[in-house]
Design a protein around this ligand. Structure first.
Ligand SMILES: Nc1nc2c(ncn2[C@@H]2O[C@H](COP(=O)(O)OP(=O)(O)O)[C@@H](O)[C@H]2O)c(=O)[nH]1
Ligand SMILES: [Mg+2]
Length: 226
């Protein structure tokens, strides 16, 4: 059987420093590269298009909104999500796609706990992120009797049919754990592969823990038990 085509989806908000290189690198793996941009003011959309990506402009902030907006415009059997900031290793794309191509998984999560992270430790902000993320992962493992290591990484690949069935609702980065939890709830096969997380190449993370921690807790309980 010929390999299934896949779309590489890159969510962006003000990533002008890295988007051109990201799009170029991604185009080596698939001709379908979709940049989903939320209200960037630094020229990211124009640069993405000039580099060869298809552009979807979303008129509202939030990574969750962006991912949900992409779903109706996707047309390939497989879809892969990767961040624009250089944190995720483009060279690992085939590793994420392989279990889907082989029919061995419905959803492949890249794990930075298995692959190591150059970003997730050091400051108190990172300490709380790592601790919170470990707690959420432990709750998921307990609830579904699985043994995953990372429930928060934005580097993942899924079958489009599965993604569509997840009925995603989250507006912000809580959409990552929503995708993982709903995959398990619906009985789809979740597989992890190790992937190293690099430090963001330019600028700083858009996540402010003090503003979002409550939503992480709420979304965890809601999707684990709701
Ligand atoms: N479309 C869109 N992308 C976003 C938004 N917020 C963050 N992103 C993108 O999501 C990815 C991860 O964001 P980042 O701030 O690096 O979060 P972190 O890696 O978890 O610290 C990057 O590619 C961002 O540009 C948003 O509101 N809309
Ligand atoms: Mg990042």
């Amino acid at each position: 059987m010929p390999p299934l085509p896949f779309t590489i989806v890159i969510p962006t908000r003000d990533e002008a420093e890295t988007i051109v290189e990201m799009v170029r690198c991604c185009l080596k793996y698939s001709p379908h590269v979709l940049v989903v941009d939320s209200l960037s003011t630094d020229g990211t959309p124009r640069l993405a298009e000039a580099a060869g990506a298809r552009l979807l402009a979303v008129p509202i902030l939030g990574k969750g909104h962006a991912i949900r907006a992409a779903i109706p415009v996707l047309a390939t059997e497989l879809v892969l999500f990767i961040d624009a900031d250089g944190s995720h290793d483009v060279a690992d794309i085939p590793k994420l796609i392989a279990p889907l191509q082989a029919g061995l998984a419905d959803h492949v999560q890249a794990s930075r706990l298995m692959g190591g992270s150059s970003e997730l430790h050091g400051s108190f902000q990172e300490f709380w992120r790592l601790a919170g993320s470990a707690f959420i992962t432990a709750c998921i493992n307990w609830r579904f009797q699985v043994a995953i290591s990372d429930s928060q990484n934005g580097f993942r690949a899924l079958r489009l049919e599965v993604l569509r069935q997840l009925d995603l609702r989250e507006a912000i980065t809580t959409i990552e754990q929503e995708m993982v939890i709903k995959t398990l709830r619906k009985g789809f096969r979740l597989v992890e592969v190790p992937s190293h997380e690099h430090a963001r190449i330019f600028g700083s993370s858009k996540i402010r823990l003090s503003r979002v921690w409550f939503r992480y807790g709420y979304a965890l309980v809601r999707y684990l038990f709701g």
